[in-house]
Design a protein around this ligand. Structure first.
Ligand SMILES: Cc1cc2nc3c(=O)[nH]c(=O)nc-3n(C[C@H](O)[C@H](O)[C@H](O)COP(=O)(O)OP(=O)(O)OC[C@H]3O[C@@H](n4cnc5c(N)ncnc54)[C@H](O)[C@@H]3O)c2cc1C
Length: 497
């Protein structure tokens, strides 16, 4: 008999609760996924719980760049840029399918004194050097006429020239999922829709969790706990994190409306926004504004959209974009280390790993690009504590996450890429059977990303729901309910569809 959802969920909860873990990770974003992979690869008995779907939080709502951050170089944060630039290259080596070299064109204008061509020319050369070897491509300079040929739609008024440099382009949600697939291959027990609610400590920690799908509860015994809950991190019991959370939105439009051969950097005073080529689409973003609401309810509002469209129309005057041109949008929250002073875009993107209580770690801040390093540093600390307490059955091995491919090529071909895959029933089956998809939006928004890419997504929702119904044994009513749930979720954002 085919296992039911309830029996599969009960089995996962039993696997997490029956034998003490060395490490429980709370949060299935990129930071939690990276920690679970590293810990499992070193031989620790590892579990991970995520309250919603994997990558539900910030890690499916970023700009998708693997970057040292030219902007941070301008702020003099050399250490941060070096660290992230080295990580960008490591990710290109271990996960080439999710780290495509991406050229950037950064035009400069006489009217903006914050970004001056000769300074940028020096900056991009330093940027190349900070990669600890060769960058993903060599930086160059472009004069006005070359630029006009390369990007004819770009505003030419007061244009002084441009620099061209390289970073990486990823698919953030896929990076989380593939990292978790790798963690699971190394023995980690990972469970989505499983919420951590409380913990107490005697000889070891007892973590209380609730299955969000069945309502079942359980207690996970574990020697160590890592709080990797991103924008939720300061609200977790036992957490000592202090965050300043800022919102950033992205809009997707037809590439033909903003025809960019490479990513084009659009400046607004000191701020920079991007027009990123994404197959037949262009991604526009982002904003950076303080946010104080429920992290689960963050969405793109009219003011966010108007701001991004206005900056884009200024740089590409013929585009004349309006809200009706927006195919999709996403809004995410940066979990920045608290600094009540200064503008959101000036706050450091560095990370912190703290242990406020024995066996408990808070990991906060950082970037998608630096997740592997954050994981390595966190697991180093956990291993040290476990060894000192004589608390592991087997001596953990060294960190290998920078050397071993994320997944074998055969496991990602046709499934995982910077562009959404084409629809196929087999793929939907794969997402359900091998990638923990339980709701329609798990596939449309995160595993395949079709929702963000296609304007006519209703037909895809219908086909996907039929495939999922077959795989997960949904009744006709359940299937319709899943379509309703997906529509409600995406309609809470005021994108025009
Ligand atoms: C607009 C924007 C653009 C960005 N662009 C880039 C970029 O281009 N490059 C880059 O390197 N970085 C970028 N970043 C930063 C990067 O996306 C984040 O640093 C990173 O995704 C944070 O990951 P995380 O795992 O810490 O948090 P999240 O991805 O938010 O994961 C935390 C998870 O914890 C779960 N959780 C919360 N409470 C509980 C609980 N009680 N029990 C179980 N689970 C729980 C949540 O549901 C969530 O899924 C960007 C961020 C934003 C907002």
């Amino acid at each position: 008999m085919k296992p039911t959802l309830a029996s599969k969920r009960a089995e996962m909860l039993r696997a997490l609760t029956e034998t003490p873990l060395d490490l429980l990770v709370i949060g299935g974003g990129i930071v939690g996924a990276g920690i679970a992979r590293d810990a499992a690869m070193r031989g620790l008995r590892t579990g991970l719980v995520e309250q919603a779907d994997f990558a539900f939080g910030t890690s499916s709502r970023s700009s998708r760049l693997l970057h040292g951050g030219l902007r941070y170089l301008a702020q003099g944060r050399i250490g941060l840029v070096h660290e992230a630039s080295v990580e960008k290259k490591i990710l290109h080596q271990i996960a080439p399918h999710l780290a495509a070299p991406l050229p950037f064109i950064f035009p400069t204008y006489r009217s903006n004194k914050h970004w001056v061509l000769w300074q940028l020319k020096i900056g991009v050369k330093i940027y190349d050097l900070l990669c600890g070897g060769r960058n993903l491509g060599k930086s160059t300079w472009l004069n006005r006429s070359t630029l006009a040929t390369l990007v004819p739609a770009l505003n030419q008024t007061q244009l002084t020239g441009a620099v061209r440099y390289f970073d990486g382009f990823t698919n953030d949600a896929r990076l989380v999922l593939d990292t978790l697939r790798s963690a699971a291959r190394h023995g980690a027990r990972v469970s989505n829709y499983t919420r951590f609610t409380a913990a107490s400590r005697a000889q070891m920690w007892q973590a209380e969790v609730t299955d969000q799908l069945t309502g079942a509860t359980g207690t996970i015994p574990t020697r160590a706990i890592v709080n990797a809950t991103g924008p939720w991190a300061d609200a977790l019991p036992h957490s000592r994190v202090k965050l300043r959370v800022t919102k950033g939105v992205h809009l997707v439009v037809e590439r033909s409306r903003v025809p960019v051969p490479d990513t084009v950097v659009m400046t607004e005073g000191k701020r920079i926004l991007f027009a990123i080529p994404w197959g037949e689409r262009t991604i526009l973003g982002t904003t950076d504004t303080d946010y104080a609401g429920d992290p689960a309810r963050v969405h793109t509002d009219q003011a966010d959209m108007a701001y991004v469209l206005a900056v884009t129309n200024q740089f590409f005057p013929q585009a004349r974009l309006t809200a009706a041109d927006v195919i999709s949008s996403w809004a995410g929250l940066r979990p920045l280390i608290a600094d009540p002073h200064g503008k959101p875009s000036d706050i450091s993107r560095s990370h912190e790993i703290r242990s406020p209580e024995p066996g408990w770690w808070d990991v906060a801040g950082g970037k998608l690009t630096t997740y592997r390093l954050m994981a390595e540093q966190t697991v180093d600390q956990v291993v040290k504590m476990l060894m000192a307490a004589n608390g592991v059955a087997r001596r953990p091995t060294r960190c290998r996450t920078a050397d071993e491919p994320l997944l074998p090529e055969a496991e990602v071909r046709g499934i995982s890429s910077v562009l959404p895959p084409g629809f196929s029933p087999d793929l939907v089956q794969h997402f359900c059977a091998r990638e923990w998809a339980v709701h329609l939006d798990d596939v449309l928004l995160r595993r395949a990303g079709w929702h963000y890419y296609h304007r006519e997504v209703e037909a895809l929702a219908e086909q996907t729901s039929r495939g999922m119904a077959e795989c997960l044994g949904w009744s006709p009513e359940q299937r319709l309910e899943e379509i309703r749930r997906y529509q409600q979720l995406v309609q809470s954002s005021p994108t025009p569809r």
